[in-house]
Design a protein around this ligand. Sequence first.
Ligand code: GRG
Length: 292
Amino acid sequence: MLSEHDRAIFNKYRKIVDDHILDFIPEIDPLSKDLYDSMKYALLSGGKRIRPVLVLAACEMFNTPLAFVIPYACAVEYVHTYSLIHDDLPCMDDDDMRRGKPTVHKQFGEANAVLAGDGLLSCAFETMNKDMLMYLDDPELLKRKVRAAYSLSKGCGCRGMVAGQVTDIATADEQSSTDLINYVNYKKTACLIRASVMMGGFLGGMNSDTWEDLSIYGENIGMAFQLADDLADSSSGQDADEATYVQLFGREKAVELAEQYIQTARNAIEKYYDHGSIYRYLADLLETRIHE
Ligand code: GRG
């Protein structure tokens, strides 16, 4: 049962992301208007904003001012949006529709879609670096921001999401094993979700005990998130030829495993529940989704 209180807090933060999502896109020369239009199209096409809200959880958990966190929350959504644009391309998943609308390459052409992804990825790091410039005289606060930015770099890059996508493609024709599926799910999906949680923690100045708890939460929520997505795809007949945990072991086992991840995530953060409605809500929401 989803708590109305937690849902209201989650929605409040989601609206904050919606209100600020274009704020950090730099002014783009009219000669490059296609770039702005395609990035804006993707950013405003109805994402759930789960990753940026997980960054903003720092405001609730550590009482961190919104202005301190919002550039980093938007940076994560820029990275996530880029990954979806590239994932939809004909050379990858070749999807025509996302969130009920034509994908970016269908709307703006393939070259513009590649460039919109490149633009968003660059914007993410430009946004964080520009913000850090304002803290050069405050090493303590700057440290928090550098750590948050590094967390995103690691989560989305060559040891995280991009690595997962490459492995997924490289092993598409192989007989899948549990280890391989877990590896791909961890890298492709959980790394960016964990990074979002950790970014919030770094920005909020977490201590080492909290680091451990948030890391466990982020990792397990991330793994459950991918299983929930696979379960939803299997219900709708999508990705029927993809090797997923659901394909390999069936829905019942996948639900059971997702429950285990969700429970581990909950155990890690329940002691923070007074200030952790966002974390709890996402765990509850995922639990609802896997039983749909
Ligand atoms: C192309 C470098 C590169 C990476 C792509 C994220 C990814 C890797 C591929 C997308 C395919 C996919 C379904 C990955 C699993 C992650 C996932 C469940 C994405 C969807 O996230 P949501 O549900 O999306 O948060 P919305 O639409 O709400 O933003």
